[in-house]
Design a protein around this ligand. Sequence first.
Ligand SMILES: C[S@@+](CC[C@H](N)C(=O)[O-])C[C@H]1O[C@@H](n2cnc3c(N)ncnc32)[C@H](O)[C@@H]1O
Length: 339
Amino acid sequence: MVDWRIVYREIRVERISSDARRLAREYSYRPYMVQRYIEMLGYDETLELLKAFEKKPKPVIRCNDLRVECKWLMERLEELGFKLEHIDWSLHGYRVLKEPRQPSLGATHEYLKGYYYIHRDSPPLIPGLLLEGDREPRKVLDTCAAPGGKATHLAQLMSGEGLVVANDLVLYRLVALVSHVLRMGFRNIVVTWSDLKKLPRLLETRFARVLVDAPCSGEGVIMFDPSRKFKTTQKDLAVIVAREIGLLEAALELLEPNGLLAYVTCSIALEENEYVVSKILARNPSIKVVKPPVKLFKWSSGVKEYMGLELDSSVRECIRVWPHIHGTMGMTICLLTKT
Ligand SMILES: C[S@@+](CC[C@H](N)C(=O)[O-])C[C@H]1O[C@@H](n2cnc3c(N)ncnc32)[C@H](O)[C@@H]1O
């Protein structure tokens, strides 16, 4: 267990500049948040970031090629009045550039028949392609899986073979996951309802691939939920970070030696990403950061210097997707292995 008070003492922002206060007022953020962006990016890029958070990206659908031929699906959706563009680095992702007045994306017969999954944006397609890009059927654990975007992606990439254990703590969220699994027709997903912290004791088996899509502050999805500009106090952030360290540590116990774990947050906060990973590395000498096996597009590297925090230099291998650089929601992904 990591004490959030220790985390708080380490990550607390004490001095807030007049620039940060002014931008925070203008864009309605908590000033400490903007101060951290200035520390990480400098003033000009912070301004670009804040502007990018005001723009909502268009949704993305993932064609379920186990149920339908993707070319046919795209033609059918275009007949209905949708305009789609293939996301070139993803196997099955299409950006929805235009939608008709009716039907909505979630109300077509094709959706109800399980021919596609709706993602808010394209970055959620990255973790699956990093873990299962070679499409080898394996034993995979998605520790925080509901409502199932990434678990169904993993199951699809394994061509409906292998095994995905999709776990979550929250029952009503699992109901949504189960409905996607049934709608899309996956037979290689087993659903469990448990606190991830209890799973190492409950499950005897260990996994070749593990995904931790952590419950985070959501500091990368402000464009979808502007309340996140002021929802999280510095103390709340410390509590979230301490929880993330605990969850990641439990997930690593479930990883086979030489297996691959993806630690993912939809947050651009360094505290929730490079800092969490550095803490894990300092506490567990058998854990290492791994370079991504493929470069899907020109993503940014992890940040290894920030506000005097002690960060492991290997966090540079983490992947960052920034709203102002990539035109998408923010996401951070670190790949880890156990020797
Ligand atoms: C970011 S969401 C996961 C989104 C999902 N991976 C997807 O792609 O659709 C984080 C999830 O973690 C779950 N969660 C929170 N605390 C947990 C815990 N202690 N054990 C397992 N799951 C937990 C939440 O219920 C939530 O569904």
